[in-house]
Design a protein around this ligand. Structure first.
Ligand SMILES: [Zn+2]
Length: 161
């Protein structure tokens, strides 16, 4: 008899990705900030993209931003996402500077399709079912039910049917 292991999102991270997970806290957005020029960094890096300083610290930054683009992924090679069906991802221009890639609540795409360009969102860190930090974008006025639906999809392991 074989026991199937629950499905989780991919958990492999670089050393910087692991450091990001350790620095992240729920409901906030934590990214690297330069101690010399104060530029917020994304993706994670060893030196500042602006001044090349190595003085980068994890800090809580503003969660506000606007959707640049989104895409509904219809297929994934990763079993966790393959089981869940269509998955919405997007790029978000943060008010604090960088453009980040994040999981999007479906409501964000619906607003964009209604020609409300630059849909305002808040981006937060979330620990997924692999206990790794991922970025989650929610409409600024998302209800608790909408937020919970996407968080549940990301944070719960899937059992194979
Ligand atoms: Zn710098």
């Amino acid at each position: 008899m074989t026991v199937s292991k629950p499905l989780t999102p991919p958990g492999a991270r670089t050393a910087l990705g692991t450091a990001h997970t350790k620095a992240s806290c729920g409901g906030e957005l934590v990214l690297q900030c330069c101690g010399q020029c104060a530029q917020v960094q994304y993706p994670h890096r060893e030196v500042c993209k602006h001044c090349l300083s190595t003085e980068l610290d994890w800090q809580v930054v503003s969660t506000g931003g606007a959707v640049c683009a989104s895409s509904l992924l219809q297929h994934s090679l990763e079993p966790f996402f393959k089981e869940q069906g269509a998955w919405l991802m997007g790029s978000i221009k943060l008010d604090c500077g960088p453009v980040v890639l994040a999981h999007l609540l479906n409501e964000c795409q619906q607003l964009n399709e209604c020609k409300q360009a630059n849909t305002r969102v808040k981006v937060i860190n979330l620990l997924d079912a692999s206990q790794q930090s991922v970025l989650l974008a929610l409409p600024e006025n998302a209800s608790a039910d909408q937020t919970t639906t996407l968080q549940d999809r990301l944070t719960n392991e899937l059992t194979r049917g």
